[in-house]
Design a protein around this ligand. Structure first.
Ligand SMILES: [Zn+2]
Length: 566
């Protein structure tokens, strides 16, 4: 392991994401805790536990430790060459198996409170991600377990004896080197890589599950806080929304994708952690997946700079599709396309100079170009919002029903795009899940503008049939096509004081509202904060991305499902 290589990866992985800022973020989260917990809401609060703060520090510790080694002009390998090692320590006896009667020796030194497998598995000395073990006594990662490996030295130096391999999940006692097979370690192996059975997955939306973490915090699997390490709230809301798309969730939980690229694997394990009923802590940290995304997107999406959730969603769906073996040309070639992709008909016509003003939006029969286009996300445009002076005056914030902005796709209304008239219509079959992007942000030459219009919608029974071109061979004409909301990502503009000339800045806060199918309730997640929401008031925030689920079967007679418990 060359010194150069280690310091490069150090810069790449940690420099842009300084541990100091992580600590600052944790402190902020603590400062913003309501004085009196969560009594005002029915929600539960998930701030980092002291152990997690230590975990964040560990990333920093790795950096410091490495820097110290560099200062000393020594890499670990140089520091401990063979001769020195022989003289420094009497080489311990390597064992294939524990001495009889000593099977569970050291297992009581395991400290589950410091274990957190959410952070990228890098050896805290070499920063390598190859063959990494977690010390079950202090929670740090070390490479290798053979003599002269980092884990082996750690065992000798610190007297920490029990290690789990992050790939194989086998547990070893070091320096002796034998494997421990004890049922009492199963909970740890489960947290490293939570895997539910087909049966358990099938019951996820039916049974009202409540769970408790190691420190006795109550949580609901599937509705847990997600750590905002620095500025990754845009990412958190998208991952949470996707983790509640049932076919994608179940695929992530049940399919073996161990031969797929890291992007797919890390998404899958994060989904499994979100739904983990036996978690050690009541929230997850998306650090591992974020690191992979920063790498794959060439730092377009990182944990240190806030991005737009829709831009990220679009990038992520396309890359996840490819990661899962999807084709660039063939439709339906991955679960992403099978779940979200539909087809759209676009008719366009040049606006001619001869057409008079009253005629401009009428389609003549001649010269209409028709093309079909596949979509994963449907963009919905808001009517222009009237200008107003005071953004805090809620009374004048306009509202528009979702059905009104969906009429963009009714095939009748023509819209002008530059010098072209365009009409859109959806085609059968509609996908099992629809993703709506309510376009609020636009950028003209001078400023980024936001449209604060509130979109009103029912959380159940959205009929999509008016926006689909009839096709009797695929769907009975005149029958409604019901969709129910499963996730709603909202934007809030928050004014914060800062040192700039203006003295004040508007920052974006992202939240996601998620449907709990087992309880027919809604939860709102903003990073570590999880609160119950009322279905009737979901629309009162600035919806930005919505996920709608198609109801099974044809026709409207299942409409009553909306009221009672399904
Ligand atoms: Zn240790």
């Amino acid at each position: 392991m060359g010194k150069r290589q280690a310091s490069e990866s150090l810069e790449e992985l940690i420099a842009a994401d300084s541990p100091a800022s992580k600590r600052a973020r944790v402190d902020e989260a603590e400062d913003s805790e309501p004085v009196n917990g969560n009594s005002a809401s029915n929600g539960h609060l998930m701030s980092p536990r002291p152990e997690d703060r230590e975990k964040l520090d560990i990333l920093g510790a790795a950096e410091e430790e490495h820097a110290e080694l560099e200062e000393a002009g020594a890499t670990p390998e140089v520091a401990l060459d063979e001769d020195e090692e022989e003289s420094a320590v009497a080489a311990p006896q390597r064992q294939q198996a524990p001495v009889e009667g000593y099977t569970d020796l050291y297992l009581d030194t395991i400290n589950r409170n410091v274990l957190d497998f959410d952070f990228e598995k890098l050896c805290s000395v070499t920063l390598s991600n190859i063959n990494v073990y977690a010390c079950l006594v202090c929670g740090k990662y070390y490479q290798g377990r053979g003599p002269k490996s980092q884990a082996y030295f750690h065992a000798l130096e610190e007297g920490h004896h029990v290690y789990v391999n992050m790939e194989t999940k086998k547990v070893y006692v070091l320096p002796e080197g034998y494997e421990v097979k004890s049922k009492s370690l199963d909970d740890i192996k489960f947290v490293v890589d939570p895997r539910l059975t087909r049966n358990e997955v099938a019951r996820l939306d039916k049974e009202q599950k409540t769970a408790w973490d190691l420190s006795g915090r109550k949580y609901i699997p599937g509705f847990v806080g997600m750590n905002n390490i620095k500025a990754n709230d845009y990412f958190n809301v998208i991952i949470h929304a996707l983790a509640h798309v049932v076919p994608l969730r179940n695929f992530s939980m049940l399919e073996d994708i161990s031969s797929r690229p890291q992007l797919a694997q890390r998404f899958s394990i994060l989904v499994r952690k979100i739904w983990n009923p036996r978690a050690f802590k009541a929230h997850v940290s998306p650090h591992e997946l974020l690191q992979e995304i920063a790498l794959r997107s060439s730092k377009r999406f990182t944990l240190t700079a806030q991005s737009d959730p829709v831009e990220f969603l679009s990038w992520f769906l396309n890359n996840l599709h490819l990661s899962l073996g999807g084709s660039k040309t063939k439709p339906g070639s991955s679960i992403i396309q099978r779940v979200f992709q539909g087809t759209l008909k676009i008719e366009s016509q040049q606006i001619t100079a001869r057409a008079d003003a009253g005629d401009r939006l009428r389609f003549e029969d001649a010269a209409v170009q028709t093309e079909l286009s596949r979509y994963l996300i449907l963009t919905l445009d808001l009517p222009p919002a009237p200008l107003f002076q005071d953004a805090l005056d809620k009374n004048i914030i306009p509202q528009v029903p979702l059905t009104a902005i969906l009429s963009k796709y009714d095939g009748l209304r023509a819209q002008e795009r530059l010098n072209t008239r365009v009409r859109y219509r959806l085609l059968h079959p509609l996908p099992p899940y629809l993703l709506f992007h309510i376009k609020r942000f636009s950028r003209n030459k001078f400023v980024a503008e936001r449209n604060p219009t509130i979109v009103t919608f029912p959380v159940r029974s959205l009929d999509m049939s008016p926006y689909v071109e009839p096709n009797p061979s695929l769907y009975p004409p005149g029958e409604p096509i019901w969709y129910d909301l499963v996730a709603n990502i909202t934007h809030e503009a928050v004014r914060t004081r800062d040192d700039s000339v203006e003295g004040e800045q508007e920052s974006k806060v992202w939240r996601v509202q998620l449907r709990d199918r087992s309880r027919e309730e809604w939860w709102e997640v903003q990073d570590l904060f999880v609160e119950r929401e009322r279905a009737e008031t979901l629309f009162t925030k600035e919806s930005y991305v919505q996920v709608w689920e198609r109801r099974r079967g044809v026709g409207g007679n299942t409409n009553s499902k909306g009221k009672g418990k399904a």
